[in-house]
Write a protein that binds this ligand. Sequence first.
Ligand SMILES: [Zn+2]
Length: 193
Amino acid sequence: MITKYKGVHAFVNKSVYALVRDWTGHLQAKKMIMISKYGKRVDEDGRTHILCYEYHACPVCGHTLTVIGIRERKYIKSDGITHILVIRRLRCKDCRVIHHELPDILIPYKRHCAKTVENILADKPDDTSCDDRTIKRIKAWWETCRLYFENVLASLSEKYGVRFPQRPAPREIVRAVVNANLWVHTRSAYLSG
Ligand SMILES: [Zn+2]
């Protein structure tokens, strides 16, 4: 399955797994699941835990997932303030792939929240706290991926009859691509999930 291994990253079926060694020394492939129905709970340390309210199967093989732990994920809200979310780590009972469960307020591997990205793509940069360079970078990223995203959505509609709104919001597009296990990362240095 793994076609190339170099350092801590490997290309697998054109997508990228972040590979880390677990306590047994084995390489673990990590992927993602995106959820849209969730709640939040603030713990005694002020960290916000994401509580999932939806069922999802492994995007790789369709089998059941079990919770194996949690991890922190930083992100920058539209007001420019960095927040920490606590998200769940899930492992598939069958293929053993580890998935990070991301709420759809995040965009995989992006520091800025989905709302900021959506405002930039809707040409409303004043509603964000981003500098010009960040705005340019986010627009360029979307432009690079747009056609690929459109093709993924078209193929999901054709193959599985998935219905999307006529003009889906960027976060809906991102969620569909991630959950179809077709997310492709475009940079070599990035945030984890
Ligand atoms: Zn699986």
